[in-house]
Unconditional design. Structure first.
Length: 181
């Protein structure tokens, strides 16, 4: 199975495009997280592409206050802006928007919670919340029928909490009407 955007070269261009447009050094985990925001790239393809970009000098490792970070080199910037691929510009735009939202969520230091509690009826109550500077931005309570389902929801929640938050906002604002058709 390969990435939805196609070849490893497309994955390289995708990574360069995101890093170039974010325009400041990022650690490896954050780069991985921004690339994975829209599910166009599989992790193994990302790892291969990232190492290749590093080996060919299109991105470079730097030390920023004792932390290992990466940035696009001058040659990488040229490749990012001039190399053509068959990635639709709408995919690049959507992916960049998702990456910027993720970085904003991370930078703001949003704290998340997900608690599971067994009810007297043998079901499970899930309480979730997003908190910024101690203030609740969003909270939700839901009842599910099994502990297994609650644990799967918890795993998904912690994997991409900002995606869940964006999804709820989109639902509430009517930006995902395709769900109702």
């Amino acid at each position: 199975m390969s990435s939805a955007i196609g070849s490893i070269n497309n994955v390289k261009i995708f990574v360069l495009y995101l890093m170039q447009n974010i325009n400041y050094p990022l650690d490896f985990v954050t780069i991985n997280d921004i690339v994975m925001q829209t599910d166009y790239v599989m992790y193994l393809d990302f790892a291969v592409a990232f190492n290749s970009l590093l080996d060919t000098g299109l991105i470079e490792k730097i030390d920023e206050n004792g932390e290992e970070k990466y940035r696009v080199t001058d040659n990488g910037a040229i490749v990012a802006s001039e190399l053509k691929s068959d990635i639709l510009s709408s995919i690049l735009d959507k992916s960049l928007a998702a990456a910027l939202r993720y970085l904003d969520f991370k930078k703001r230091g949003v704290v998340i919670k997900f608690d599971i509690e067994k009810t007297d009826e043998g079901k499970y109550r899930i309480d979730t919340g997003f908190f910024e500077n101690g203030e609740c931005m969003f909270s939700q309570m839901i009842i599910v029928d099994s502990l297994d389902r609650a644990k799967r929801m918890k795993e998904n929640f912690y994997e991409r909490p900002e995606a869940l938050y964006r999804g709820v906002l989109a639902l509430l604002s009517g930006n995902v009407n395709y769900i109702f058709n």
